[in-house]
Design a protein around this ligand. Structure first.
Ligand code: GCU
Length: 756
């Protein structure tokens, strides 16, 4: 049977309990109809009735091959799952909906095991069968689950068991993933629980529907029609997030509008929270620090002012009345022109703690961003957050987390990990990644970010000796639980946040492959040690096909794709070379921004003799912010990994690289290699024509063509510019840029999407 359309699915969901009864009664008839539908699909050339447009994400649930479907039917002969709470209903609905799509018909629902192949779902409290099994769920927490092959009353069965309904929903999605990725269902013994407590999407969505750094259309939050119209898309958003374990959604832009905190908008946020609740997702809001002035009529937002403190307490009470499980505030303060405590000579800790005190009685938290740097300070931008925040370690209240971008500048194609990780042992640190590709080609460039995320998570901070990876800092295991008695779980708060790439485009993320970045973010937030390759493989199988002849080349292509972007945009540690403001395309020549630290020339520092930002002891000494073994490695031009060479050092154009080439020749080689990689990606994709639906195939092919054109643009413009500085010839065999430098300099894109 073909997958349901969104609207139909939503309606089905609303009447799910009634449908279950009908399904049981009508099952024999349904089976005939399903068989007929499958037959018709075969006759019609097995093309889906509606175009594949990517809307269903990795939850496509299209029919599996006959052989696997046959095997899976034997393990899902009946579904025994409670359906009294909204989360239980969501889990049961997802299983029925998915099994209908994957296997051709839904298993009957039942209450007892009277044959082999039952799928039993629930908690000890919700399911007498699960209670009887006395499974050891002590260590899996509230969100964890077990999936196990068991024998019940002499019959083989599979159980999805948890301590809480949300665990069963996560388990249901995992179980379905096994089918979707063609895994055996025998001898199952899976035990899963998330390593991080907060797994958040940060939406940079404005109230007018624009998304800062959004490349997938407008905001999916239809603020104007909320709370009365609940777009079915909200439910599908929640389903997709729950399927990868995301449990929090920050609805509005960090560059916050105080109106989000007014009754008008709180009612709308509450309506979204109402949709998300069943899926284990809490709503958070970005709070504008000056809100007491803008919407509260106060004269100040000074965090130590009693009136201001009272105002925030009242606001917190009001929010929790509307949204009892409200997660808390995300705050961008004293960053890029945003208001904050420094406006009143108070510290970031004083600002954060004031909000934390207001939320604490309700169990809420404050996530305070460390993305701060001031143009007025003559010091290296990369150093400023560390200098500002390290002295505050131990000064934040227990329900405050500090959110730190993966690198010290700004989500570049490659950055060394942020030196703040591991440098504030008493402060829970949230790792912030960008899922939207502000600096990696917007929506059209195929760049799978799994390897980028993995690179940061696996980086060794040496904070407590060798093996102190960023993942261990972020999951709290480096420090144990002793520093915090947090409001949510009585142990140290931990979290990871991703700046969402979701918009109103039919395919959600602006391109088919950008869905993989949403997917891998969620999976890594659940388990920061998971392999980005294995996750890519799951995603490809669920999203496109289980055909090995498709899966292997596509996963290989994805795994190489981010490195290709590094090569054609910013090789060897170069960074921040994009055009001003909208950040679309190259502009290494740009020195015109209103702040020096927003101009590419500030970062590459190229002159006739050499190129790179000297952050060693002879320069800004940013290397000293890393722990000793790394400080020495990064600070030594002979030992620094070449991928960070120009991040940490200013070297001459004839600097000898490990390849034997001069630096300049190596740069030209890498720029060119990046373009070549994209050509290969196109060739790989071309070879897969016919292996998936024509619609998604065609869109990917078209976007790869755009990527090749733009990769060439990046290469040529960069080479033309740097050559104008160093006056050096190109190495033999490398084509000159297609146009003179002034051609590239004159390009202008006033309406490029996603501007800030
Ligand atoms: C980048 C981005 C801005 C964003 C900022 C942030 O600078 O370009 O649009 O507001 O990051 O993370 O706050």
């Amino acid at each position: 049977m073909l997958a349901l359309t969104t609207k139909t699915r939503d309606r089905v969901f609303a009447i799910a309990p009634f449908l279950n009864t009908c399904i049981r009664r009508l099952l024999p008839i349904c089976r005939c109809i399903a068989a007929g539908a499958v037959l018709m699909a075969v006759v019609a050339g097995a093309r889906p009735a509606h175009a594949e447009d990517g809307y269903d994400l990795w939850l496509r649930y299209r029919p599996l091959s006959g052989e696997s479907a046959q095997a899976y039917r034997a393990s899902t002969t009946r579904l025994i799952a409670p359906a009294t709470s909204p989360t239980q209903i969501a889990a049961r609905h997802e299983l029925l909906h998915a099994l209908t799509g994957l296997l051709g018909n839904a298993p009957p629902t039942a209450d007892a095991v009277d044959g082999d192949g039952a799928l039993v779902v629930g908690t000890a409290a919700s399911s007498p069968l699960i209670a009887r099994l006395k499974l050891d769920t002590a260590k899996i927490g509230r969100e964890g689950y077990l999936i196990r092959s068991v024998v019940i009353d002499g019959h083989a069965a599979t159980v999805i068991a948890a301590n809480d309904d949300i665990g069963t929903l996560y388990g249901a999605f995992h179980f379905l993933r096994l089918l979707q990725t063609n895994q055996p269902l025998q001898h199952l013994d899976l035990r899963e629980s998330p390593r991080l407590k907060l797994r958040l999407l940060d939406h940079w969505d404005d109230l007018d529907g624009h998304i800062e750094r959004g490349y997938a259309g407008a905001s999916i939050w239809d603020w104007h029609k909320l709370p009365d119209w609940l777009d079915p898309r909200y439910t599908d958003y929640a389903r997709a997030n729950a399927s990868i374990g995301i449990n929090g959604s920050v609805l509005n832009n960090v560059r916050a509008n105080a109106l989000s905190l007014t009754p008008l908008y709180l009612e709308k946020a509450a309506a979204l929270a109402g949709v998300f609740r069943a899926y284990g997702i809490r709503v958070y809001l970005s709070a504008r620090f000056s809100a007491p002035i803008e919407i509260g009529g106060l004269k100040t937002a000074d965090p130590l002012d009693p009136q201001v403190r009272r105002w925030w307490r009242g606001k917190a009470d009001e929010i929790y009345k509307a949204i009892p499980d409200f997660g808390g505030f995300l705050v961008k303060a004293n960053s890029e022109g945003q208001p904050g405590p420094k406006d009143y000579d108070r510290t970031h800790a004083e600002g954060a703690n004031m909000l934390a005190d207001a939320l604490a009685p309700h169990g809420g938290i404050v996530i305070w961003r460390a993305f701060v740097y001031a143009n007025e300070k003559p010091d290296d931008r990369a150093k400023q957050a560390y200098d500002e925040f390290v002295p505050l370690d131990g000064k934040f209240h227990d329900n405050v987390l500090v959110q730190i971008k993966n690198g010290a500048i700004d989500f570049q194609p490659r950055e060394p990990f942020h030196p703040l990780f591991g440098a504030m042992p008493k402060t829970p640190q949230v790792l912030e990644f960008q899922i939207t590709k502000e600096y990696l080609g917007f929506a059209t460039h195929l760049a799978y970010l799994g390897p980028l995320y993995e690179e940061t998570l696996a980086a060794d901070t040496f904070a407590r000796g060798k093996g102190s990876t960023v993942a261990k800092v972020v999951d709290g295991s480096l420090y144990g639980d002793k520093h915090s008695k947090d409001a949510l779980t009585k142990s140290r708060l931990t979290g990871m946040a991703g700046v969402a790439n979701i918009g109103t485009d039919r395919n959600w993320s602006g391109s088919q492959f950008d869905q993989a970045n949403w997917y891998v973010f969620g999976r890594l937030a659940w388990n920061p040690s998971a392999s980005s390759r294995a996750i890519a493989e799951d995603w490809v199988r669920m999203t496109f096909s289980n055909d090995a002849a498709f899966v292997t080349p596509v996963v290989d292509m994805m795994m190489r794709s981010r490195e290709a972007v590094v090569d054609y945009m910013t090789p060897l540690g170069l960074h921040h070379l994009m055009a001003h403001d909208h950040h679309y395309g190259p502009a290494p020549w740009d020195a015109s921004g209103k702040r020096a630290d927003w101009t590419p020339v500030y970062y590459h520092r190229a002159d006739r003799n050499g190129i790179g930002f000297d952050r060693s002891a002879t320069g800004s000494n940013a290397v000293a912010q890393y722990m000793p073994p790394l400080a020495q490695e990064f600070g030594d031009v002979k030992r620094v990994p070449e991928q960070y060479l120009l991040w940490f050092h200013h070297v001459s154009w004839d600097h000898r690289m490990s390849s034997g080439r001069s630096l300049w020749d190596e740069m030209v080689y890498r720029y060119t290699r990046g373009v070549e990689q994209v050509k290969q990606m196109r060739a790989t994709w071309h070879g897969l024509d016919g292996k998936i639906d024509a619609d998604r195939y065609a869109q990917v092919a078209a976007f790869l063509a755009i990527q090749e054109k733009e990769a060439q643009w990046w290469r040529d413009a960069s080479i033309a510019y740097f050559q104008s500085i160093n006056g050096l010839p190109l190495p033999a065999g490398f084509a000159p840029p297609a146009h003179p430098l002034d051609y590239y300099e004159a390009l202008s894109f006033p309406y490029a999407p996603g501007h800030g």
